[in-house]
Design a protein around this ligand. Structure first.
Ligand SMILES: [Zn+2]
Length: 363
């Protein structure tokens, strides 16, 4: 069963299920929330993210998998933090967590053609998992999307559809195709399956830390797929008593494109600021804005925006430390510095920062 948590409408799951609420156009979610049960010490790291299949809305036996998950959690003493290296996922970004679960569900529903809109990483992930599943994929992309990300999609056999006019126009073109054809909208921003997948980052962080949640987790925020997934994951662990406390969720956006920071802090976006380096999070209308804001509030978290020079400085430091990430990942590290400067993160806090995308796709 799917439910709209805005108006309460419910929908049977199946090939005809809506990708958003038919009554009010809010995002839909699975009615049943995952909750940790059983013995956490029985979790098997060799199964990747499928070690946490009890939390997933799909069967591990039918997994569309490229071996994703259980990425390294490494000490980053220069930053007095731990880094979760999600850029080593099969397609080079954390989006594989969501894409694996999303395409497993698509395959289970008998879908043979999907459409998705993406600035790059989500499109590459969906294209590669669609290839793995034998499903046709059409990815709507900004006309100026990085060539290396387009190559990753096309090499996997996906059709790319460049759309001019900004990220919002890309989504509108894709939605129009999803509504007007028999294609299944494999949306990383809307699909609840995708968030069930990104929630696995929380299970892994907790497991890798001996079932002790950190004090704070810092992530880049565009649509907020990682932040909201992490929230749902930590919530499921806390509900089952696998962890004793929830980490504060600290989001970082690109200056000038900061709707979540504005909503959380009751401030206006700085319309003059530009951070084009962070190409992966240029989202002005997050699909689940209300839920992301609520997740931040529920953990006493926060969201800040970082400018381009802070991002490129952080990127250089990461590269010099051997961490070859893309600029969008560096906003999280720039954000950590901002949080420390503001006193939001203290010296005694255990902090995990997610490094979300590989530098190999963004020369
Ligand atoms: Zn609704």
């Amino acid at each position: 069963m799917l439910v709209c948590r805005s108006c309460g409408a419910t929908y049977e799951t199946g090939p005809e299920e809506p990708w958003r609420c038919r009554a009010c156009e809010h995002a839909v979610d699975f009615a049943e929330r995952p909750r940790a049960t059983g013995d956490p010490t029985a979790v098997d790291p060799t199964a990747g993210l499928w070690a946490f299949s009890e939390f997933l809305p799909v069967a591990a036996d039918d997994a569309v998998s490229l071996g994703e998950g259980w990425t390294p959690l490494v000490s980053a003493s220069e930053w007095d933090a731990e880094f979760k290296l999600d850029y080593v996922c099969p397609s080079g970004s954390y989006k594989d967590r969501g894409a694996a679960v999303l395409m497993t569900r698509a395959a289970a529903l008998g879908v043979d053609r999907v459409v998705e809109d993406s600035s790059g990483n989500a499109g590459a992930a969906v294209a590669q998992y669609a290839a793995r599943a034998g499903i046709d994929a059409e990815i709507y992309v900004p006309a100026d999307a990085p060539a290396a990300k387009l190559d990753a999609m096309e090499a996997a056999g996906a059709t790319t559809v460049p759309v001019a006019g900004g990220r919002r126009a890309v989504t509108e073109a894709c939605v129009s195709e999803a509504v007007g054809s028999d294609a299944w909208y494999a949306s990383h921003a809307w699909s609840p399956s995708f968030y069930a997948g990104t929630a696995t980052v929380a299970y892994e962080i907790a497991a890798q830390r001996g079932w002790r949640a950190p004090d704070a987790v810092v992530v880049p925020v565009g649509h907020g797929t990682l932040l909201l997934g992490a929230y749902r994951g930590f919530r499921a662990l806390a509900a089952g008593g696998w962890i004793e406390s929830m980490p504060r969720l600290l989001g970082v956006q690109a200056a000038g494109v900061e709707p979540v920071a504005a909503a959380v802090n009751g401030s206006a976006s700085d319309e003059d600021a530009v951070n084009e380096a962070a190409d992966g999070i240029q989202i002005r209308s997050p699909a689940r804005l209300d839920q992301v804001v609520a997740a931040v509030a529920a953990t006493d978290g926060d969201v800040v925006a970082c400018d381009e020079s802070a991002t490129t400085d952080a990127l250089a430091s990461l590269h010099e430390a051997g961490l070859y990430v893309e600029p969008t990942s560096a906003v999280a590290v720039a954000g950590l510095a901002a949080y420390r400067a503001r006193g939001v993160v203290g010296d005694s806090d255990d902090v995990v920062v997610a490094l979300t995308g590989s530098g190999l796709k963004k020369p």
